[in-house]
Design a protein around this ligand. Structure first.
Ligand code: UDP
Length: 464
């Protein structure tokens, strides 16, 4: 088909690889397998190694053009005390100023945004461009997000002070301690921004969701059928999972990590990573390192420089800082663990590591992309949620899906607890149970990717 005859879809993710990657996977599927022309609009933030890496590999795909928004000068607006969603929303709002003229120029048949680029909805309404949202977090997070405007009207004080779990129609109740960080202080601007974005979901023509039926049947049914979700005019929800990263271009360092894995016995390595933004305090990182060493299991530890500032300190500057692990890991840790453990400063080719047969389990912050990557590759998890919606994901994975084991909830998780859980998952009875469950989910993820993704995309394509 001639390029200008193809349906043309534009994508607009907010910054952060956890948003860019899944939208890009969907874009790739549409371009490579469903005959779409794609414009992928990228918000340029401070130079980040992962984003640069993504840009150079994405530039090579046929049918897909990358459009960089000019970097917005936010230096006078951003303040040090701004929390994650406020900061992200401010950057996005400033960056989107030229988006109307870009869309006028591109004339796409529809636009796909994510949860933090909802400012583009107004432009799309004005230009009569149908707008869809790709909700990149879990189903549990989506049901809560759609319920939040109702909860906001019904509850006066803080949600964390509620005497009982939050009852979302058609879904398992949510414990208040598992609520998203962004709603734990309603007076903070971050709450207002979050509420603003989720309140706009009903203005979209549909919501793509990185989930599949077997993973969360109850909530998916509730979203499409429960009278409450109908009453708040929830648009149709399309489960398109599992969309995970593939075909990454590997750097020399990435290849070294995979070569190390090649030399390890099958299922013997614990992969430890807390996502693109997760950061531990110095004290916690020392405990983690000792816990791994004491467990006497093989491991790959992806580490960012520790900080006592916040759990997501690296979110906006992945890979830009000097990162020498010997400066903050326990003394002689690297020497003592040589051969048994591999330390990867800042970044590892996660999807390839999880796909590798030597990897036995994943100690994860339970970010949704990491979770899906683990499940698609049939790896059980140790849940170490840090911020955002990660606690509700962790609870769901441990208590409902039963594919993960949770660490303690102490402020600083001690080395003995880490040692105990790592051993339990890598070699104990508990490990057998979660491994079995992970294998079942791998098969169901495979079935889903063969059927539901294509079906959803075809249905959607017929409307474009
Ligand atoms: N990632 C990676 N290497 C790393 C850390 C993260 O490739 O060392 C990728 C990971 O595979 C996933 C994404 O970054 O696709 C992280 O997304 P997620 O939703 O899990 O968490 P976030 O980083 O947004 O908290």
């Amino acid at each position: 088909m001639a390029e200008d005859m193809k349906p043309h879809v534009a994508f607009l993710p907010s910054s952060g690889m956890g948003h860019i990657f899944p939208l890009f996977q969907l874009a790739k599927q549409l371009a490579l397998h469903h005959g779409f022309r794609i414009s992928f609009i990228v918000i340029t933030t401070e130079a980040s190694a992962s984003q640069n890496h993504f840009q150079s590999s994405a530039a090579l795909l046929p049918g897909l053009s990358i459009i960089d928004l000019p970097p917005a000068d936010v230096s006078c607006i951003i303040t040090d005390d701004m929390r994650l969603v406020t900061r992200l929303s401010v950057i996005v709002r400033e960056s989107l100023k030229p988006v109307k003229s870009i869309l006028l120029d591109l004339k796409p048949t529809s636009l796909i945004i994510d949860i933090f680029t909802t400012d583009a909805i107004d432009v799309c309404i004005e230009l009569l461009i149908p707008v869809y949202s790709f909700f990149t977090a879990s189903t549990v997070c989506l049901t809560f997000s759609l319920y939040l405007p109702t909860l906001d009207c019904e509850v006066e004080g803080e949600f964390v002070d509620l005497p009982a779990p939050v009852e979302i129609p058609g879904c398992q109740p949510l414990r208040t301690e598992d609520l998203i960080d962004q709603v734990k202080d309603r007076k903070n601007d971050e709450y207002k921004w979050f509420l603003f974005h989720v309140s706009r979901l009903p203005y979209t023509s549909g919501i793509f969701l990185n989930a599949w039926e077997d993973l969360d049947p109850e909530r998916l049914t509730a979203l499409n059928e429960n009278p409450f979700f109908k009453s708040i005019t929830t648009p149709p929800v399309f489960p398109v999972a599992p969309l995970i990263k593939d075909g990454e271009i590997l750097t020399v360092k990435d290849a070294e990590i995979l070569a190390w894995l090649d030399a390890q016995p099958c299922g013997s390595v614990l992969y430890v990573s807390l996502g693109s933004g997760g950061t531990l305090s110095s004290e916690q990182l020392i405990e983690l390192a000792w816990g791994l060493e004491m467990s006497r299991q093989r491991f790959i530890l992806v580490v960012c420089r520790p900080t006592d500032l916040s759990a997501y300190a690296t979110f906006f500057n992945v890979g830009t800082n000097e990162n020498d692990p010997s400066a903050y890991l326990p003394e002689r840790f690297l020497e003592r663990n040589r051969g048994v453990g591999l330390v990867a400063p800042t970044w590892a080719p996660q999807s390839a590591v999880l796909a590798h047969p030597s990897t036995g389990a994943f100690l994860s912050h339970c970010g949704w992309n990491s979770t899906l990557e683990s499940l698609v590759h049939g790896k059980p998890m140790i849940a170490w949620p840090l911020y955002a919606e990660q606690r509700m994901n962790a609870t769901m994975l441990v208590e409902e899906v039963r594919v993960a084991v949770k660490l303690g909830r102490e402020e600083v998780i001690g080395r003995e607890e880490i040692e105990r859980v790592v051993r339990a998952v890598m070699e104990g009875e508990q490990g057998n149970a979660v491994r079995l469950r992970a294998r079942e989910l791998k098969e169901s993820a495979q079935r889903a990717s063969e059927s539901s993704v294509g079906r959803v995309l075809d249905t959607w394509k017929s409307k474009n």
